[in-house]
Design a binder for this molecule. Structure first.
Ligand SMILES: *Cc1c(COP(=O)(O)O)cnc(C)c1O
Length: 472
């Protein structure tokens, strides 16, 4: 390095010097000295490299104020939580990657209350002895579904795994070929079956399975009949499946339990809210099914969890499986689930209290009016080259619930006039980099935001100004 460059490096202020600047003092008060000095070192190290490479051209960036400004931006960014709330404007209400069901106020309150101190999560207040964590929700589930008993695990995948491992380890389970589904990534019925140690016996064909197919596959090693809700796809045309009722009678005749993986599972008849019909847990149990498994954070609208409900003797066996301990839920989940289930005791007010249901039942007219209100603020920040309009669209329930039933909705569509290449992707990226990231979708070279799940109109509108910065 030349002597001139050596001299140039002397313009870089020392950390002590930087720490004495007013803005640094407030930064260290807020974020702590350790983080601030670490980032100062990082910025000054980079500056030295820059000065070495560009010489005098980089000199302006060595001003203490400029350095601390950069440090401030980086400290802010480093302190932002990784897990944040976003605006789900994808048009999929129960979006697995975006955390599925938003929780009810009552569930949030219950979680914070329980989180802030000790609780009786596994303690029986009457006897003063060790209790059962399922006890907080079991009676509610039984009341709402007609089940004799119930138990809770981490999610529905865990519920299926645990049931199969408990009831069918080293034994054969009959499942229709039309129900060997894959849901999201890495949940495939055949894989779960083998991990549970059960042997899958496929019956029937992809599009048609008859009772006689099950009868012919039955032998002394058969230990379980299983039916899986096909959730995320439908088989149309020349099809036939065996109903729960028919399978239940077969299961009684052969004294082999019948298990149904309902996937979403709903506790109430959704048609009363104008939604398409989905079999309820109690309807399925009434058909004579011995055990059902379903998710807590799909149509139920609660926290991530898996519910196993049905015959008392089978639930007892499931609970005794040592794997149950590894798959159990924490106190926060129990708090949220209990509070959510209690809302179902008053179905008339459920729609006002359960956000998932409120979103699903929101009218297209209401959503369109909201979209109209946002058009002009969006036009203002996006400028002339953006064409902003309201379009009608269809939202999905998501998470494999009612896959073919789409709900009439409205969206804002943005196209960019005369811009080619990746301009629309960049626009979508700018929306994602807002303080509260906005997640939409790109469709036919337009950025589309379905407003069904937008409940904080003000929060959305308020941050639009940052879009100008984000687009630079
Ligand atoms: C969603 C789903 C699962 C997995 O449930 P998670 O709660 O996501 O673990 C399993 N089976 C079916 C039929 C489903 O729809």
């Amino acid at each position: 390095m030349s002597g001139g460059r050596q001299d140039l490096l002397r313009v870089v202020p020392s950390i002590d010097e930087l720490l004495r600047i007013e803005q640094s003092i407030s930064l260290t008060k807020r974020y702590g000295r350790e983080l601030v000095t670490r980032i100062m070192r990082e910025v000054t190290d980079e500056l030295r490299v820059l000065l070495t490479e560009h010489g005098d051209g980089a000199r302006a960036r060595a001003a203490p104020d400029v350095i601390v400004q950069e440090v401030s931006l980086r400290v802010d960014a480093a302190s932002k939580p990784n897990l944040r709330t976003v605006f789900n404007l994808t048009g999929t209400v129960l979006h697995t990657n975006l955390g599925r069901a938003p929780l009810a106020r009552a569930a949030l309150d219950a979680m914070t209350t329980v989180a802030s101190g000790a609780s009786n999560v596994e303690y029986d207040l009457k006897s003063g002895r060790r209790g059962d964590r399922d006890a907080h929700v079991e009676a509610l589930i039984c009341q709402l579904t007609g089940a004799e008993a119930a138990t809770i695990v981490n999610n529905n995948a865990a519920a299926v795994l645990l049931v199969l491992n408990t009831l069918a380890k080293r034994k054969e389970v009959l499942v229709s070929r039309g129900e060997l589904i894959e849901i999201g990534d890495a949940f495939r019925i055949p894989d779960v079956m083998s991990r549970a140690g059960a042997k899958l016996v496929e019956v029937g064909t992809t599009n048609r399975t008859h009772l006689v197919d099950y009868e012919q596959a039955l032998n002394e090693r058969t230990t379980l009949l299983m039916k899986v809700h096909t959730s995320n796809y439908v088989i149309q045309g020349f099809t036939s499946e065996v109903s729960e009722k028919e399978l239940a009678s077969l299961s009684v005749r052969h004294e082999i339990p019948l298990v149904v993986d309902l996937g979403s599972g709903t506790l109430i008849d959704l048609t009363r809210y104008g939604l398409p019909h989905e079999a309820t847990v109690s309807e399925v149990l009434e058909e004579g099914v011995d055990l059902v498994t379903f998710s807590g954070d799909k149509l139920l609208g609660g926290p991530q969890s898996g519910i196993i409900a049905g015959r008392r003797d089978l639930v007892r066996r499931v609970k005794r499986n040592p794997m149950k301990r590894a798959l159990r839920v924490d106190k926060l989940t129990i708090a949220a689930l209990e509070a959510t289930l209690r809302l179902y005791l008053d179905p008339e007010r459920l729609i006002d209290r359960l956000p998932a249901l409120a979103f699903l039942t929101r009218s297209a007219t209401d959503i369109e009016a909201l979209a109209q209100r946002l058009v002009s603020p969006l036009r203002q920040v996006l400028g002339k080259e953006a064409v902003v309009r309201v379009i009608s669209c269809r939202s999905q329930i998501g998470s494999g619930a009612l896959p073919v039933d789409l709900l009439g909705s409205a969206a804002i569509s943005i196209t960019l006039e005369g811009q080619k290449g990746r301009a629309i992707e960049r626009l979508a990226g700018a929306f994602r980099s807002l303080p509260s990231p906005v997640i939409g979708r790109i469709e036919n070279r337009a950025f589309v935001m379905d407003l069904r799940c937008l409940d904080d109109e003000e929060g959305f509108a308020q941050q639009l100004d940052s879009l100008k910065i984000a687009r630079r």
